[in-house]
Design a protein around this ligand. Structure first.
Ligand SMILES: Nc1nc2c(c(=O)[nH]1)N[C@H]1C(S)=C(S)[C@@H](COP(=O)(O)O)O[C@H]1N2
Ligand SMILES: [Mo]
Length: 183
């Protein structure tokens, strides 16, 4: 529901940067050629293709202090910055009647979302944390941040978006984790 945001916190409530925790299923440092990185956009969009960080960062930036909740039992409140995924998808002519979006990542991780969650105003294509470019360990150059869902939905090192009507899975979801994973 776009009218029901996840809580946003004051700067005083932020997790200090030293506590900005890293978590990954396989590696914290996949081989990504950051200067030449492109986001492939495929499926039910008017303008499929490859988009660079400059295309994404040219759109209005949203900064938000929201809680990241890992299913393993820890959480943190970083200062995130990025482009609302909705704005980016509108810029490439997404078919909003499509049901799902799959994301693929530089470490072979993948996950997927329902369209309303993708269009939620707090769902970001995040390229900054604490006012600085996102570090490699946290998903550089671009990750998803989706504070309305558990942390395994906030995919790091995003490399490909596919808009589809066939329900995709995910790395953890295919092993039994909840697919919707709402908070
Ligand atoms: N590509 C990729 N994204 C990922 C993961 C991963 O292993 N690979 N782990 C997920 C999980 S379980 C969590 S809790 C967060 C951790 O993000 P962080 O390292 O910035 O804390 O990333 C999520 N996104
Ligand atoms: Mo997690």
């Amino acid at each position: 529901d776009p009218e029901r945001p996840a809580p946003e916190y004051t700067d005083a409530a932020l997790t200090p940067e030293e506590g900005f925790r890293v978590n990954g299923y396989d590696t914290d440092e996949p081989e990504i050629d950051i200067p030449h990185w492109k986001l492939a956009v495929e499926g039910l969009v008017a303008r499929p293709g490859e988009y660079g960080l400059t295309n994404i960062a040219a759109l209005p930036k949203r900064i938000m202090n929201t809680r990241h909740c890992c299913v393993e039992g820890w959480s943190m409140i970083p200062k995130w910055g990025g482009t609302p995924l909705r704005d980016f998808l509108e810029s490439v002519g997404v078919d909003k009647t499509a049901r799902y979006i799959k994301v693929e990542c530089g470490d072979d991780y993948y996950t997927s979302y329902d369209m309303p969650s993708v269009l939620h105003p707090q769902t970001l294509l995040c390229y900054e944390a604490y006012g600085k470019p996102l570090s490699l360990q946290h998903g550089a150059p671009v990750r998803i941040v989706m504070p309305t869902k558990l942390g395994y939905k906030s995919a790091k090192w995003v490399s490909r978006l596919v808009v589809t009507n066939e329900k995709p899975g995910g790395y953890w979801e295919d092993q039994g984790y909840d697919w919707f994973a709402g908070l």
